[in-house]
Design a protein around this ligand. Structure first.
Ligand code: THU
Length: 128
């Protein structure tokens, strides 16, 4: 199986583990490291809604906390007709590590849209 297909499959699988009893909006993400390892994540909500963490940041934090800091691609899957692009907070956090990240969005029918992170977040905050 092609690496990109493995990544998409991992994002779709991760969405099943989303803990989203409040929004009922399940998101799966899968992040591919430069070395070819995939870290997946799903959104985890909380009764105190603002404490929710998005799928993308869960995948990223899993990877970074295991020593990986260089990434090639991120797949995001939601079982919806619309394509779910990462929220602003996740864009900023991803930018910290991989400005050239390729972002692959998959919808319910398996259609794909691709973006580059730098296009999704043209003027990120950076402490100079
Ligand atoms: N969510 C994500 O996990 N990723 C996104 O890119 C957008 C939003 C989650 C947060 C919350 O659990 C639910 O989707 C609805 O906002």
């Amino acid at each position: 199986m092609k690496e990109i297909d493995r990544l998409i499959k991992a994002a779709r699988k991760a969405s099943n583990f989303a803990y989203a009893p409040y929004s009922k909006f399940k998101v799966g993400a899968a992040l591919l490291t430069k070395s070819g390892i995939i870290y997946s994540g799903a959104n985890v909500e909380n009764a105190s809604y603002g404490l929710t963490v998005c799928a993308e940041r869960i995948a990223l934090f899993k990877a970074v906390s295991e020593g990986k800091k260089d990434f090639r691609a991120l797949a995001i899957y939601t079982k919806t007709k619309d394509f779910t692009t990462p929220c602003g907070a996740c864009r900023q956090v991803l930018m910290e590590f991989s400005p050239n990240l390729s972002i692959i969005i998959i919808n319910a029918s398996g259609k794909i849209k691709k973006f580059s992170l730098s296009k999704l977040l043209p003027h990120p905050f950076a402490k100079k």
